[in-house]
Design a protein around this ligand. Structure first.
Ligand SMILES: Nc1ncnc2c1ncn2[C@@H]1O[C@H](COP(=O)(O)OP(=O)(O)OP(=O)(O)O)[C@@H](O)[C@H]1O
Ligand SMILES: [Mg+2]
Length: 324
């Protein structure tokens, strides 16, 4: 069998050489498939894990950076390889050549991911025990992710929450939760709940924030309009993502006490929502405002900002978790 090597990560080469079954599945794809919408191919990897190949169109090279940032964090998809190409798949398969990665947009993106055996929350409901387990993992997972990488997910819906049932209990270690940096929170569960699809992620690092605005020729991000940046990214702040997670899971909850739980939550929400938003917005204004005034300090300010936002949301979560 010819080998199709992943140009993404040399170290993992042995793991991502695809089996005949997934090469065959790709060969059978209609070349038009990947122009229209995402397509999922199930296949088996040579090594121990089953994989899923997702073929989509038009994703940017940003996806690779994001994948390398989230690798190894709990509740995040393990991606073996991302192949970006501007050619027809049959050409790629014949020549075993990949495109140069200079372009920002690609015709086809192949993401080779671990297959999570429980699928997504689409068409599923959850009982209260499962609800709590998912909520805790996905909320802590997002705070952990933010404090480590400055990323928020921004595309939380049932199809992007995946489940994996392990044969034994596993430990999920949240080493970046700001209130527990010296003594990481560990969740033990037979299930892991995973957030997938990172192409709508927002990057709050100076590079991420700077990239969508004017950058001076010498590389510094100066004199931008603080208000317009805040307006642009405000819907993507960590707290809004956590709230969205909660809303999605409440919709999925199947329990005799559902109405009572919803009412309690609404009461809690009314009490805290405005306060938390106001605080997170204040932190954001200060961070972006300082970046404008004193670009030399932006990395330090960014680190402080991530920690403050993480602490705020972790404190909020500690209160919220007592409701359920
Ligand atoms: N790594 C995975 N393991 C198991 N099932 C997956 C995996 N990735 C995706 N799926 C399944 O494939 C379905 C389709 O995924 P896909 O991401 O294409 O669409 P979606 O999440 O429903 O919508 P969106 O396009 O907004 O992300 C998911 O709902 C999920 O059931
Ligand atoms: Mg998805």
């Amino acid at each position: 069998m010819d080998q199709l090597k992943c140009p993404y990560d040399d170290i993992k080469k042995d793991y991502i050489i695809p089996t005949k079954s997934w090469l065959k599945a790709i060969e059978e794809l209609n070349p038009n498939d990947y122009y229209i919408k995402g397509k999922i191919i199930l296949a088996e990897l040579l090594e121990k894990h089953k994989v899923l190949v997702k073929v989509t169109s038009g994703k940017s090279a940003k996806l690779r950076d994001i994948n390398s940032k989230i690798k190894g964090l709990p509740n995040m998809v393990y991606t073996y390889c991302v192949i970006l190409c501007n050619d027809y798949l049959p050409v790629i398969l014949n020549t075993k050549q990949f495109c140069s990665l200079n372009d920002q947009k690609y015709k086809a993106t192949l993401e080779i991911m671990k297959l999570y055996n429980g699928g997504s929350l689409n068409n599923k409901n959850v009982d209260l025990i499962m609800f709590k387990n998912i909520l805790e993992q996905i909320v802590l997972g997002q705070i952990n992710l933010f404090v480590k990488t400055g990323l928020t997910h921004c595309d939380i819906h049932p199809g992007n929450i995946l489940m994996h049932k392990n044969s034994n209990e596993i430990e999920l270690i949240y080493g970046y939760l700001p209130l527990n940096l010296n003594n990481p929170v560990i969740i033990k569960s037979q299930y892991e709940f995973i957030l997938s699809d990172y192409d709508k992620c927002v990057d709050f690092s100076p590079i991420g924030i700077g990239s969508s605005y004017i950058i001076e020729p010498d590389g510094t991000v100066l004199n931008f309009n603080v208000d317009s940046i805040i307006e642009d990214i405000f819907e993507s702040i960590l707290y809004k993502n956590i709230n969205r997670t909660l809303a999605v899971l409440l919709e999925k909850l199947e329990s005799n006490d559902k109405q009572k739980i919803k009412d309690n939550y609404m009461h809690f929400h009314n009490q805290y929502d405005k306060k938390i938003i106001k605080k997170e917005k204040k932190y954001l204004e200060k961070y972006i405002g300082n970046m404008n005034k004193n670009p030399d300090n932006k990395i330090n300010d960014y680190i402080k900002y991530k920690k403050k936002v993480g602490k705020l949301n972790q404190t909020y979560w500690n209160l919220l978790s007592q409701l359920f």
